[in-house]
Write a protein that binds this ligand. Sequence first.
Ligand SMILES: Nc1ncnc2c1ncn2[C@@H]1O[C@H](COP(=O)(O)OP(=O)(O)O)[C@@H](O)[C@H]1O
Ligand SMILES: O=c1ccn([C@@H]2O[C@H](COP(=O)(O)OP(=O)(O)O)[C@@H](O)[C@H]2O)c(=O)[nH]1
Length: 483
Amino acid sequence: MEDATKNHVGSFPPGKKITVVFVLGGPGSGKGTQCAKIVDQYGFTHLSAGDLLREESKSNTEQGMMIKNIMHEGKLVPSDIIVKLLLKAMLQSGSDKFLIDGFPRNEENRQAYEKIINIEPEFVLFVECPKEELERRILNRNQGRDDDNIDTIRRRFDVFQEATLPVVQHYEKRGKLRRVDGAKSADAVFEDVKGIFSEMNTKANRGSSMSRAQGNPFKRFLDLFCGELLWDAGSEKLIVDRSNVKKGGNFISSIQLRRRQQLWSTGRGKNECFQVEPLKLRTGGRGKNKGLSFWPYAAVFTVTMPAFLVCQERIAAAVHGGALDVPGELATQSIREPLFLTPRPGDLTCTELKVAPSHAAVLYVSRGKGREDVVLAIRRRRGLSPALRFRRFAFAALFLTLVVLQRWSWLLLRGFGARVSSSRLAGAVAAVCCCLHPSLCVRLASSASDGLPLSLCCAPTLSLMRLISDATVCFMVRGRQVR
Ligand SMILES: Nc1ncnc2c1ncn2[C@@H]1O[C@H](COP(=O)(O)OP(=O)(O)O)[C@@H](O)[C@H]1O
Ligand SMILES: O=c1ccn([C@@H]2O[C@H](COP(=O)(O)OP(=O)(O)O)[C@@H](O)[C@H]2O)c(=O)[nH]1
């Protein structure tokens, strides 16, 4: 199903930054009203899931009739239909900022969106309004809508409570929910909405730690990993507790693997790969911050989004019996963006991600129950070019300076009686060692697992990683390197 969707509808150019905001709320809560105002003020492209379906229901097709009937009953249209319509509308608009109104309406919608479109929403605007007010507004709406009658309104409200509220809670747990009181006047509600959107813009401009998502691939990477991709495989699921990400503090978050007490560890396992280990082998993290910093994943940085998407295509082709034809430029492409690790539609499943010293990332993809049908390895180049060596030393020197500065600031702050975390110093020292070590990424991952200072973890470090790491992409099918 998803395959067909992708093939017929298309997809966004790899690597393009797309901003999505979901707008949720009961029927008649004023989602459409607020969206119109947001579009005026902030220039988003507004896509109302309900409007898209109403438009589709007008078509004289079997699907059109089906949608019409479902909407008349106040029930929810199957997810593949609405997600496909959304993707089509998004692509046709040519925009890169979307306000998606009235979607996702249930968990199935959300999962279908994540499988097919998979653009993490910036946040979810939730317009709250009491039931009586909703009824009153809809009955006064006078848009001639087939479903604006008291019976359907009540059913829509029940659906909202039973199916949509769990989605709202999902985003709340992930710190993505922004509530506004929709019972106020439309203008008063918009004042609150403006506060939320302005905060998003300011943070993006300021490049603050919280919403670095805009331009920071590290954050995007983190979001991807924190999302569903790690790990829907089998019964395991990694949950990232963002409440532990301290603003301005170390960029550490605890990761709990719910069903099995395992997590990604920096400990070495078989084949010198970093892999999922039992909890007791976990390294790094203390007290409330028990768990991993995100540094272990730094090793996985070194994959371009475009390269990876192309890789995924190739893997899909290989798995489905096609030839695995890797273009030369891809095989030697420098890796500049984080790994984008979502299972491709169809029967491909990402089962495991390992990080080995010689490989920036290795992705095992299995078909059905079989394992390791196709392996994508993203390898560091053998040997370092003189230019790369020079850059590494230059950065080591830079970090040494940082260490000195850290020490200075430490002394200064001590003078003022402030408490200063020693892990900053440790982080900087670790970073210097990493710069000098040949297997940079992996070393960085293992030695700095206690979390580097935020300043080192974000944009500057990313740039550094890009400058001093270099990787190539190669493919292996059933253990045999193809290219
Ligand atoms: N804050 C508000 N106060 C009073 N009426 C409102 C408010 N927001 C919207 N409305 C009215 O309520 C009705 C439903 O609003 P609409 O934006 O269509 O809701 P939704 O898109 O959530 O179904 C419309 O007639 C609209 O004019
Ligand atoms: O993702 C969606 C969005 C809407 N709908 C259908 O479209 C109707 C109207 O939705 P809309 O958002 O236009 O109106 P609201 O109910 O919020 O007033 C709903 O009752 C559902 O039947 C759906 O099935 N899936």
